[in-house]
Design a protein around this ligand. Structure first.
Ligand code: SF4
Ligand code: FES
Length: 610
């Protein structure tokens, strides 16, 4: 990555316009800074340079220097240093900015070069654009329009290559459309570290294929589809489902892990058709995992909660909220006293929590035997309101379910919660969560907890036995049926990450926003609205019900988010200071743009400062 400090800037000239760019900047990128497009196929900003498509040819010149005196040769007509233009065009993608470099991108020679390259590329390319799934986002089609000759002189028979080859479980190849740019090969080797693709045969017969006995089956295989500039590689799941120009895109975040890969959700009329990566050079570059692309299917899953229920019977939302509030605020008549709030509960002061508790009238001296089970999949805003709810209820404990899996060193981290750090920052929890609710289970067994309100977690998977679930009154806020739903007293359907707006704080302590791509089911309610209504029904007073309104509170009551507003968070997210939590045993190893730090803030493996 070129160093952008002023001392490292070098002057270059593109089409007669001067610009200073960091030394080493690729000339395709340098031209883009001036709004000048240098057409290209094989170049990709996140891959090595192959230089094989030749579409990026430009005229190139260097400042003239007198060989005898080594002094600049000044053109008397212009008063500027003369430029020695090379006789033949050069490829821009393989040229980095050096002081005084000149390029020309619009000359007759370059126009002819581009027309020639397009003609060669189209010799064996089928002219099946009307039935090609890439239509609407095909670089070959776009550049044929912008830079092609407009007619074909080819009268021979085109090569026929394999069609509909299944390269792996998720990727289908139409080989005759391949322009041999090798982006997919380089991605597999350099990024996915799965060197599985290659070309066989020569010249016009070159064909992309997998190595014998291998498949393109790694969890990043669909990135090859994203970067294929033509319709050769297609997603088996998406192909022929919908024309892309009918789809709208919504910025979102991959909720699979604490990496928080930036994504785009493609939808039409309330239906999601695909999820693709959104470029963020600080988090995921231009990549995402295949596993994150199918999560949208949870929106229409058969076990989706669609109707508020009380005692297994459908009721109106207001009735369900009232029933939940009655259960959560009822006085316990047993002679057992509530336990002191345990670490991580919503009642004890912390960076943010005390503010949440102070803001709302806490009902004092209630013999509350309520426990809150929060989630690392809740948004920052929801976690903040969950904390407020716990404070209003005087909950005896607030737990959060840790979720740990193997990290892949790329874009899936070992912390499989997208927003564990949000729970820490908002003060919802103070300790690093366990993956099993063993302490809650023990509290239930000794009668210290009699009511549980659970937000989007599977309590059975989290370690509560059927017997323990049978001992408590359960209020569930969630998106899908869980084993515990069968014994749930009040069920409040809520929204998935694809149906609501909010933010997650990723492993870098980067606050990242996501937006609603599609509406939720008719009977489901936005989690923020549910939380606000629950708090109000439990006596907590008027609550903010939109993300913007919650951020007004977050900015004043959560020190780490002080002064930040919803609208001020940029599309690439905003880093906040996470030093206060540096001592916690985060489980993440290294991922694409993240190196774990030791409790003293030094990179792991580096000597700790005294
Ligand atoms: S399949 Fe696509 S990405 Fe791969 S070499 Fe061919 S054109 Fe390039
Ligand atoms: S982009 Fe293909 S040769 Fe430069």
């Amino acid at each position: 990555m070129p160093d952008p400090t002023p001392s490292n800037l070098v002057p270059v000239n593109i089409d007669g316009r001067d610009i200073a760019v960091p030394k080493g900047t690729n000339m395709i990128e340098a031209a883009a800074r001036l709004g000048i497009e240098i057409p290209h196929f094989c170049y990709h900003p996140k891959l090595s340079v192959a230089g094989n498509c030749r579409m990026c040819l430009v005229e190139m010149g260097t400042p003239a220097v007198d060989p005898a005196t080594k002094q600049p040769v000044i053109d008397p007509a212009t008063g500027r240093q003369r430029v020695n233009w090379m006789p033949k065009p050069q490829i821009a993608c393989f040229t980095n900015a050096t002081p005084g470099l000149h390029i020309r991108t619009t000359t007759p020679q370059i126009k002819e070069c581009r027309e020639g390259v397009m003609e060669f590329l189209l010799i064996n390319h089928p002219l099946d654009c009307p039935i090609c799934d890439q239509a609407g986002e095909c670089k070959l089609q776009e550049q044929a329009t912008d830079y092609g000759r407009g007619y074909s002189r080819f009268v021979e028979t085109k090569n026929v290559k394999p069609k509909r080859t299944q390269l792996g479980p998720r990727v289908t190849l139409d080989d005759e459309r391949c322009i041999l740019c090798s982006r997919c090969i380089r991605f597999s080797k350099e990024i996915a570290k799965d060197d599985v693709l290659g070309f066989v045969d020569r010249g016009s017969y070159s064909t992309l294929t997998c190595f014998p006995g291998r498949e393109l089956e790694n969890n990043y295989s669909l990135n090859t589809v994203d970067i294929c500039p033509v319709g050769a590689l297609t997603s088996t799941d998406f192909r022929f489902k919908m024309r892309v120009w009918f789809l709208k895109t919504t910025p979102s975040i991959d909720p699979e892990s604490s990496v928080g890969a930036n994504t785009e959700v493609w939808s039409r009329e309330g239906v999601i058709y695909r999820v693709t990566p959104r470029r963020n050079d600080e988090v995921n570059d231009t990549w995402m995992a295949d596993s994150g692309r199918v999560l949208y299917k949870q929106v229409t899953a058969g076990n989706r909660l669609q109707q508020p229920m009380v005692d297994g019977k459908p009721v109106a939302l207001e009735a369900a909220i009232a029933a939940a509030a009655a259960l959560l605020t009822r006085s316990e008549t047993g002679d057992r006293k509530p336990e002191n709030p345990e670490p991580g509960t919503g009642n004890s002061g912390s960076q943010a929590g005390s503010a949440a508790g102070n803001r709302k009238p806490v009902i004092e001296n209630r013999k509350s035997l309520v426990a809150v089970v929060a989630s690392g999949r809740q948004s920052v805003e929801e976690q903040f309101l969950t904390r407020c709810l716990a404070a209003v209820l005087g909950a005896v404990r607030t737990d959060l379910v840790g979720r740990v899996g193997p990290g892949d060193g790329l874009l899936i981290s070992a912390d499989r919660n997208p927003n564990l750090r949000g729970a820490l920052v908002t003060g919802l929890i103070k300790e690093y969560p366990k993956t099993q609710l063993t302490e809650l289970a023990a509290a239930i067994d000794r009668g210290a907890v009699r009511t549980v309100i659970c937000f989007g977690e599977n309590l059975a998977e989290a370690g509560l036995s059927p017997a323990q679930l049978g001992k408590v009154t359960l209020v569930e806020v969630g998106t899908h049926l869980t084993p515990a739903s069968a014994v749930t007293k009040v069920l409040l359907p809520s929204l998935t990450v694809f149906e609501k707006a909010g933010s997650f704080i990723n492993q870098q302590f980067r606050v990242q926003k996501f937006s609603a791509a599609v509406p939720g089911p008719k009977g489901a309610t936005d989690d923020l609205a549910l939380l606000a209504q629950l708090i109000e029904a439990c006596g907590g007073g008027p609550q903010p019900k939109t993300v913007e309104a919650v951020w007004t509170e977050l900015a004043t009551q959560v020190p780490a988010l002080a002064g930040l507003t919803w609208t001020a968070i940029p599309p690439v997210g905003k880093l906040i200071d996470g030093k206060a939590w540096a001592g916690l045993p985060f489980v993440e190893g290294e991922t694409l743009h993240f190196k774990p730090v030791s409790p003293v803030g030094a990179p792991l493996g580096a000597p700790a400062k005294a």
